[in-house]
Design a protein around this ligand. Structure first.
Ligand code: UT7
Length: 324
């Protein structure tokens, strides 16, 4: 059975950077009080990229995909599978993956979206891995992309300071050597209310609440416990010790969650990729953006073992353990 091996990665961030001070000044004009000090102390976030009005997830995803294809040296025509993880799709349908396929000039392969919020990229990567291992795909493009700014309630300071926009992508190819060694996905739908955007479009109207709502403390606690267990489970499945992990690339929601996780797993800070300070939480895009940044700046090297982890609304969580 072939492995699925990451042979290229790419990322795209919208050019507009909004610092905490800029955001605090903008919110102050509407009598909403926040500060750089509060945001940095509670989250580690210093800035976020925000897409221009009208910019779509498929546009960001296409830019990240083009960078990943160029990095892999693969022509879009070779792709037989495209999966986009997003909670902010351009349309109800068709899927964002189909829009990206058209933008890339590819045709004929499978293309679909995965919806697992901030765990979306890990879910999509595990799905693509299963396709490749089963012989149903040979060259796959996996993207996490979001315009999360479009579902934020900008009058709710407990959520609007936390998120940003962006896209990250990887190209997978069937290979005789590892490759993705193990993957592990979980969900607990009974926790849906702690993080949701419980709205819909029906009969020509928005039905329900179109904005993201979150019980931050409940999410924080569940994130730390679920990611710790998931890391142990995926390492056990692959028969790889935690000490053998060269890089932990966790979902980038809050540096305090990342630090707790590192301590619980006894993984030193030097082995943990952190981008939340300059990207904020880009939901499904956070893991591939962090992976791509660390790969391009030479921290993640060929042959190393990388643990990627996602956690978020659903409630969902999961891990992918891979050799790069
Ligand atoms: O992608 C996965 C989803 N997201 C996450 O993983 C997020 C998980 N949760 C968190 O990161 C943290 O819970 C938050 C960063 C959201 C909040 O941090 P916290 O330490 O749990 O703060 P808190 O919610 O307990 O709020 C503390 C205080 C409150 O004031 P009082 O009640 O103590 O007077 C809030 O009203 O901070 C206040 N507050 C703010 N103050 C200034 C909440 N948001 C802000 C703000 N600026 N932006």
């Amino acid at each position: 059975m072939p492995y699925a091996k990451i042979i290229g990665s790419g990322g795209y961030l919208p050019p507009r950077v909004v610092t905490n001070d800029e955001l605090a000044a903008e919110l102050a004009t509407r009598n909403i009080e926040t500060s750089d000090t509060w945001i940095v102390e509670r989250t580690g976030i210093r800035q976020r990229h925000i897409a221009d009005p009208g910019a779509t997830t498929s546009q960001l995803a296409t830019r990240a995909a083009q960078a990943a294809l160029a990095d892999a040296g693969i022509d879009a025509g070779e792709l037989d599978l495209i999966i986009v993880a997003t909670s902010t799709p351009d349309f109800v349908f068709p899927s964002t993956a189909c829009l990206v396929q058209a933008n890339l000039g590819a045709k004929g392969g499978a293309a679909f979206d995965v919806q697992a919020v901030c765990s979306g990229f890990v879910y999509a990567l595990a799905t693509a891995d299963a396709f490749v291992r089963a012989g149903r795909a040979k060259t796959a493009l996996v993207i996490g992309a979001e315009v999360f700014s479009s579902i934020l309630d900008w009058s709710d300071r407990s959520t609007c300071v936390l998120f940003g926009d962006g896209a990250g992508a990887v190209v997978l190819k069937a290979s005789e050597e590892p490759g993705i060694m193990a993957a592990q996905l979980n969900a607990d739908g009974s926790q849906m209310k702690i993080l949701c955007a419980a709205g819909n479009v029906a009969h020509g109207k928005v039905v329900g609440d179109p904005f993201l709502r979150m019980d931050g403390q409940a999410v924080f606690k569940l994130a730390v416990t679920s990611l710790t267990q998931s890391a142990l489970d995926v390492c056990k499945e692959a028969d790889v010790s935690l000490e053998a992990i060269d890089w932990l690339v966790p979902h980038q929601a809050n540096v305090r969650i990342i630090n707790f996780l590192g301590r619980r797993l006894n993984i030193p800070d030097e082995k943990v990729v952190v981008t939340v300070d300059h990207h904020a939480n880009t939901s499904a895009a956070s893991v591939p953006l962090a992976f791509d940044e660390a790969r391009r700046d030479g921290r993640i090297k060929p042959g190393q073992t990388v643990l990627m982890q996602g956690v978020g609304g659903g409630f969902t969580w999961g891990s992918v353990l891979t050799r790069v």
